[in-house]
Write a protein that binds this ligand. Structure first.
Ligand code: AMP
Ligand code: ZN
Length: 461
């Protein structure tokens, strides 16, 4: 598989550190609120990455954190008169419910920052001992001047970054680019005991500490939204590498923004829709398909029309699957056409090739439509069980990676099945008035019957 590595700005062949195993860390949500549809993009696209890697035979260890301590958490908990722990519990539960509806598989580990304070303090202490960080009035800062590679991920050096930054006068720091590793406690804030007094971790250090704790000092892929390249991931690189002395992450993957009116959807701008609200309006698989409709690095514009389009696409996929299932249960078992089997295999290969090309879900989806086309063509030729089985296997393989068309077909109620059997006999005996009466009876129960060369096909109205 080729992956676009933000560090080298080119596609690179995935060569895991330990052959056959891939370790992945994804920056997860800050749990002070419901997550929005923009946040959902990385959760869904990297869930697809994980499914694809597993389908290619890799053993994947997947870690996605919860940021459960920061200024926003403290403010919101104070507003509500509850602890940050209670606030986090509430929104972690909400994350689990909403992400499950979107078909996002839970990570192998969902570490919480407040449960890794020991590891965080250990890492900060190591940086201070190595001369890469310094204490100043109970705060601890990373000394960017002590890390010559600073700026390697965003492609700017320290001087350029300093020139481009809004310089805030802060006499506690040696350089304006230095960033907080540990913050001294302010009144009313939760705090932990540390060698620098009571305080709490800064944001960036938690991901360095938790990723290395759960995945080791060298791991394969680190993911997140594009907004995290600078400063969050740049700072993670500085902290982790200054501590270990070597690059910790091999591949950096960043998803593009979900925009609304060409502006990044964000909580701070207020232009967001929570996934919870969107799922009251739309089917969750349609929302997931919408999020996968563009390449993960491209910007994606949010609109209700786009989700409606995804909804229509999804319906076509379900119809094709149900048709294939129906035909499969009525197929006559005649010899299969080699040509049909070859077309199915080609579409399946096209899907895998697209996914192997830096996870091109848009092209992968077009391969799924090649499959639908193959089915429609073969229907004319009375497909055989063998080709239908191959089709169903290819279709469920592709949809399983995208995480759509996962719902089993609705079972026909016993009463409808009885009417269907009765109608089959009526038609055989050419009792057409009875047949029409039975069709109406099924309609009254909410089922439409279609007569096909393979027999009666029933579906909910
Ligand atoms: P946050 O809870 O803000 O820390 O964000 C969680 C994840 O969502 C991070 O990986 C962000 O980069 C990502 N993210 C936030 N806003 C957007 C957006 N509008 N489009 C795509 N990804 C986003
Ligand atoms: Zn992070």
């Amino acid at each position: 598989m080729k992956i676009f590595n933000t560090m080298s700005r080119r596609k690179e062949e995935l060569e895991p550190i330990i052959p056959g195993q891939v370790s992945v860390y994804v920056c997860g949500p800050t749990v002070y609120n419901y997550f929005h549809i923009g946040n959902a993009r990385p959760f869904v696209v990297f869930d697809v990455l994980r499914r694809h890697l597993i389908s290619q035979g890799y053993k994947v260890k997947y870690v996605q954190n919860f940021t459960d301590i920061d200024d926003k958490m403290i403010r919101r908990a104070n507003e509500e008169g509850i602890t940050i722990g209670e606030l986090a519990d509430r929104f972690i539960q909400a994350y689990k419910e909403d992400s499950a509806k979107l078909g996002v598989t839970p990570a192998d580990v969902h570490p919480r920052a407040t449960e890794h304070i020991g590891q965080i303090i250990g890492l900060v202490k190591k940086l201070v001992d190595k001369g890469a960080a310094y204490e100043s009035r109970g705060d601890v800062y990373f000394d960017t001047a002590a890390f010559p590679r600073y700026g390697c991920l965003c492609g700017q050096n320290l001087e350029e970054l300093e020139n481009g930054a809004r310089i805030e006068i802060d006499e506690r720091k040696r350089s304006p680019m230095d960033f907080t590793l540990w913050k001294a406690q302010k009144p009313g804030e939760p705090a932990w005991k540390s060698p620098w007094g009571m305080g709490r971790p800064g944001w960036h250090i938690e991901c360095s500490a938790m990723s290395m704790h759960h995945l080791g000092k060298r791991f394969d892929i680190h993911c997140g939204g594009q907004d995290l390249v600078f400063p969050h991931h740049e700072n993670e690189i500085a902290q982790s590498e200054a501590a270990t002395g070597f690059p910790v992450v091999k591949y950096w993957m960043h998803n593009g923004f979900l925009n609304i009116d060409n502006q990044k959807m964000s909580k701070s701008a207020g232009n967001f829709f929570t996934v919870r609200d969107i799922l009251n309006e739309f089917n969750a698989e349609s929302v997931r398909l919408f999020l996968l409709s563009a390449h993960y690095r491209s910007p994606l514009n949010f609109s209700r029309e786009q989700i409606q389009q995804a909804d229509a696409t999804l319906k076509r996929l379900y119809e094709a699957r149900d048709r294939a299932l129906f035909l499969n249960s009525h197929a006559d078992g005649a010899a299969s056409s080699a040509e049909e089997l070859a077309e199915i295999a080609a579409a399946r290969q096209k899907f895998t090739d697209a996914m192997n090309d830096d996870m091109n879900t848009a092209d992968a989806l077009s391969a799924v439509f090649d499959l639908v086309y193959t089915l429609n063509v073969s229907i004319e030729k009375n497909p055989t069980r063998e080709s239908l089985a191959a089709w169903l296997s290819a279709f469920s393989f592709c949809c399983g990676i995208l995480g759509v068309v996962t719902k089993e077909p609705d079972a026909v109620p016993d009463e409808v099945q009885r009417l269907l059997d009765e109608r089959a006999s009526a038609r055989k005996e050419r009792r057409f008035a009875d047949s029409d009466r039975l069709r109406d009876a099924m309609k009254a129960l909410g089922y439409a019957v279609e007569d096909t060369p393979n027999g009666q096909k029933v579906k909910p109205i």
